[in-house]
Each structure stands twice: as C-alpha cells, then as structure tokens.
Design a protein around this ligand. Structure first.
Ligand code: ZN
Length: 149
C-alpha cells in the first residue's frame, strides 16, 4: 500500500547515500573540523567545513559506522553546501526537530524544506538510531563552534 511505497523510497534514498556518499573526505585548515562519536553504535564521524564570508563554501565528512550515521552525514553535506552559516544552523534545528529533539525550540523555521532528509524521519520510530542520524549534525555544530575560539 501507499505507506509501504514511501518507506521503500526512503530506504532507497538512505541506501543510495550510504553506497555513494556525497562530499566524502577531509579539508585542510583553515577549514574547521570536529570529530563525533556515538558509543551506543560505534559510529565515528569527522566533519570538515570551510567557511568564507559567512557562507559554507565546502564541507566533507569521513569516518565509519552504520548506514544511518553515514547516509545522514552525506545528506547533510548535500543540504548545506553553498549556504550561509545562519541558514545552515536553521536547517540543523529543523532536522533535529524532525528527529524529535529540541521540539520546543520556537526559533525553528517550519518553512524549511528538508527534501531528501525527510527519508530519515522513519528513524524516529527507533529511538536508539536517533543518535546515529544526528551524529553528523551535532559534529557539524561542534566544527562551526570552533570558529569563535
Ligand atoms: Zn549507528
């Protein structure tokens, strides 16, 4: 039926990003970088992000882990590349809201279209996997936060 079709599509999107990751690799300094680790699952992610004049000009991810952690990071890099940092932070908030984290954040822009990222909303049904899906996103915030230091 219809729901099964949608779940199949979501699974396809996730597997596609897992098998053919976008923006995989690392960037040299002055690009900002941070490492993230999800001990519950063993996922490891390094995010490198190049920021110029307030815009994310390039972003890469590396690491290893389950299909959810790796495909979520791949989708994230596709979603934020070329966007202003402020907009990137809004996308992160919107994504984490979808993953039922930060539900009560009133600053969330509900109009942000998450596109393929919606494929990950099924993960919410498996609470233990939410940390897998959000690992790359939290690591991205850590990397961006190093800029102020
Ligand atoms: Zn995982």
């Amino acid at each position: 039926h219809a729901m099964a079709g949608l779940e199949d599509l979501y699974r396809e999107i996730i597997l596609d990003h897992y098998r053919t990751p976008r923006n995989r690799g690392e960037l040299d300094p002055p690009a900002l970088s941070a490492d993230g680790h999800n001990p519950l699952c063993g996922d490891e992610i390094r995010i490198s992000v190049a920021v110029q004049d307030g815009v994310v000009t390039d972003v890469r991810f590396s690491g290893s882990g389950c299909s959810i952690s790796q495909s979520s990071a791949s989708m994230m890099t596709s979603a934020i590349k070329g966007k202003p940092v402020e907009q990137v932070k809004s996308i992160v908030r919107r994504f984490k809201q979808m993953m039922t984290i930060d539900e009560e954040d009133s600053e969330i822009d509900e109009s942000i279209n998450l596109g393929d990222l919606e494929a990950l909303q099924g993960v919410v049904k498996f609470p233990v996997r939410i940390k897998c899906a959000t690992l790359g996103w939290n690591t991205l915030l850590d990397a961006l936060a190093t800029e102020q230091k």
